[in-house]
Design a protein around this ligand. Sequence first.
Ligand code: NAP
Length: 543
Amino acid sequence: MPDSTTSLPDRVGAFDALIIGAGFSGLYQLHCLRDRLGLSARVLEAGDGVGGTWYWNRYPGARCDSESHSYSYYFSEELLKEWEWSERYPEQPEILRYLNHVADRFDLRRDIRFGTRVTEARYDAAANRWHVSTEAGERFTAKFLITAVGCLSTANVPDIPGLDGFSGRWYHTGQWPREGVDFAGKRVGLIGTGSTGIQAAPVIAEAAAHLTVFQRTANYSVPARNAPLTPEFLRWAKDSSADLRRVMHSTTNGHPFTISERSALDATPEERRAAYEAAWEKGGLQFRAAFRDILTDKAANDTAAEFIRAKIREIVKDPETAAKLTNFDHPFAAKRPPIDTSYFEAFNRDNVSLVDVRASPIERITPRGVKTRDAEYGLDIIVFATGFDAMTGPLLKIDIRGRDGVPLREAWEAGPRTYLGLQVAGFPNLFTITGPGSPSVLCNMPVAIEQHVEWITGCIAHMQERGLERIEAEPDAADRWVEHVNEAADATLLPQASSSWYLGANVPGKPRVFMPYAGGMARYRGICDDVAAKGYEGFALSD
Ligand code: NAP
């Protein structure tokens, strides 16, 4: 009988850099390190294809909330010119096609290892190398380790008693089966009303016999107003790429629109209503930009909240359902605001009902369905649109150990601590693309990703030119940065949403720390450029 251990793959691959993840970040990082700096680099990707978030999130209605012409790489003029988006907001399959096109166009696949889930990464100080192991037992080493694992890639399935005994099928939206789910004739329960649940509900309602939406926190949403893109718009976007890039680089959130300079409180009620009406008609995340102080002044925010509340009451015919849908407990946009296609309208259908599980909490899942304090709901399918262990989850899922074997989990016991969201003190040569403490999820993601990838590439080039081998965030610099991240969040209304995933509040036991940098993308870019210009101030570089 063969020794079972000999059949385990145990190859060691040595590279200049290892990149974990083949989504937007990993693909561009590979291109930069391999094709611009000439390094040997390998991407390790758990999925069987490229795409990251867009590989896994195949739930009905999955679509991006950033507009197509801005949800693109801007590093290549040729790529911008040749790719044609079909709709105002790209749908998941189209984004996946785009990322596959990028992988082929830049010949990236040959350096990506698919079906390879990284489980461990250990820093060896004597050799100045990262040792990386995978679920299948493969081992790799590299001088640089770059995590491109995304911010929202660790599914959060709530620990509700009884799920194991449910006689129907259940799914989490972030781990959707590739073959899809047939809802025809089924009684479907949807738990969660974040961006995902709000996108999925109307699409599931079209197909299912009945949809029950279990809402814990009422959520604001603004119409997306999706539509096919006209040839004129596509031509304009291509011809204006330099201007669009300039706008996206100059704004707080990396979107291709500017924020009004006017305060909501300086406008008369009529002017305010007109501005909100116009923003509602235009649709999309741009609604937040109607006035400059919506995210910083509670009284200004209240005017937006009241406008949205009135709109929902107008749309939803049943006053009791409308009351539940508008029973907000946080300022507008203090949680990531969804945009929707006929979400509130879906509650006017005969086959859709809303259950307020804050008023009557879910007690357990029974073999037949969901049991709340007051009733049991018979279901054939449960869809968990319950979000993610955001930002830190994807990093902590890997057993990452820095100097002296210190686990990242231990270094972040009280919450994530980074310098610029790019590095962690005690973890040399580890870079975290869109890591906690960077604008990441508060920004149009491709803009945040390109900035990080380019900064990391510039930093490694700087090291190569000077024969430097090691870079590590200084603890003091990280402490100051964490303080600044907190100050930036406190200058906004964002921390006022006490159940927000920005604060880690959606995962029981997770430390409550505001994770993304709320000081704005343009300001952040300036800080990073300044740090680099000063010889990587706050980082210790050595040979
Ligand atoms: P989410 O915003 O975290 O929403 C999760 C929902 O599940 C919330 O309504 C939450 O209620 C509810 N929930 C969680 N645990 C529950 C429980 N035990 N019982 C009842 N309800 C529970 O997650 P998401 O909707 O997947 O969105 C996450 C982020 O992904 C978004 O904010 C966005 O950044 C991104 N995203 C983007 C797009 C896009 O661009 N199109 C689409 C989808 C997602 P509470 O609010 O009470 O916690």
